[in-house]
Design a protein around this ligand. Structure first.
Ligand SMILES: Nc1nc2c(c(=O)[nH]1)N[C@H]1C(S)=C(S)[C@@H](COP(=O)(O)O)O[C@H]1N2
Ligand SMILES: [Mo]
Length: 321
């Protein structure tokens, strides 16, 4: 798939998918969605079979919070769970099978930095503590594809409360696991592993910021970033970091993996804005996964009402890359 020769890290996150590849992929995905054939070929890969082995399976489905509404159909599970960005398992979209190698128990999440309650939490203890709910969210990748998914999880603000940030904490820095023995992508030493992402404390306590623990009414399948990932639906998808092991409260603005390797194209804020093109392609519209439909991209991915106020006093910042 990596046919165009360029710096290895420039592939393919930083490259809009050529249409011909997209249509081939569509045929492939339609095959899976078709049912019996896909199911036989892929076994439990979609997460259905694996999810029932997950010790948190009994927690799902969780009640839906109806204040988060969609303007479109949900993306089919078979589509969303077989088209993933998870560079730890490969630089292409078909990493779902490889991602099954990730051990998700035991799993601990460290909360540290400028907080009154630093702690190491076992994932199942965290799940038991948090008010789980389902939210239907849009998702917009910087590569100009989109989906709509029913995440389960809890508001990030709940975790912030648990940590009790000190007055000089301004940012949250999230870190993914680092285990090249199970994640072959992490043997590619030109990436600055582990994957890191961050946001301001104000963004983290916005009602939309969501810690995801499940999807499609089940525990999170591994390819989605089990057992704990982020969803910041008004930002480009690379901000929604997967398989989180550490959350640090900091005074300094964290530098994400993509910003570290390509700061001219991937910044800290990465808010969706159809009027601000990526340096190499337009962000005006998006391909809807599974349907092939093209839609106009919305300001803040349709969440302006909830988040525009966060940026009022930040007009000097590069808010949209
Ligand atoms: N740890 C980690 N988190 C990650 C990524 C990644 O490669 N590694 N890719 C990001 C990108 S670019 C996108 S679009 C989304 C994809 O999420 P999905 O596979 O659930 O659609 O995950 C984001 N989080
Ligand atoms: Mo992405």
């Amino acid at each position: 798939m990596n046919v165009i020769r360029r710096k290895p890290w420039a592939l393919p996150e930083s490259e809009a998918t050529p249409e011909d590849m997209f249509w081939n992929r569509r045929k492939f995905m339609t095959g899976i969605a078709g049912g019996a054939i896909g199911l036989t070929a892929f076994g439990g890969l979609r997460g259905t079979a694996n999810a029932s082995d997950d010790p948190s399976a009994g927690l799902y489905p969780v009640p839906r919070n109806d204040s988060f509404k969609l303007d479109r159909e949900l993306t089919e599970e078979a589509v969303a769970s077989t088209y993933n960005n998870f560079y730890e398992f490969g630089t292409h979209k078909q990493i779902a099978r490889a991602a099954q190698a990730l051990p998700i128990r035991p799993w601990t999440v460290v909360i540290d930095g400028l907080v009154d309650n630093p702690q190491t939490l076992d994932i199942d203890a965290l799940l038991a503590k948090m008010p789980l709910e389902e939210r239907l969210y849009r998702f917009r990748c910087v590569e100009a594809w989109s989906m709509a998914v029913p995440w389960s999880g809890f508001a990030l603000s709940e975790l912030v409360k648990l940590a009790s940030p000190q007055s000089d904490a301004k940012y949250l820095r999230f870190e993914t696991f680092n285990n090249p023995d199970v994640a072959p992508g992490q043997k590619q030493s030109w990436y600055p592993w582990p994957y890191v992402e961050g946001m301001t404390l104000a963004e983290a306590t916005n009602e939309l910021a969501f810690m995801v623990t499940g999807v499609y009414g089940k525990p999170l399948a591994k390819q989605f970033g089990a057992p704990l990932r982020l969803a910041l639906p008004w930002k480009y998808g690379f901000k929604s970091i997967k398989s989180v092991v550490r959350i640090s409260f900091t005074k300094e603005r964290p530098v994400g993996l993509w910003e570290a390797i390509q700061a001219k194209e991937y910044g800290f804020w990465a808010n969706v804005n159809p009027g601000v093109p990526h340096p190499r392609w337009s962000q005006a519209s998006e391909r809807v996964l599974g349907t092939g439909e093209h839609r106009d991209t919305l300001m803040f991915n349709g969440y302006a009402e909830q988040v525009a106020g966060l940026y009022k006093d930040l007009q000097g910042e590069k808010l949209y890359m």
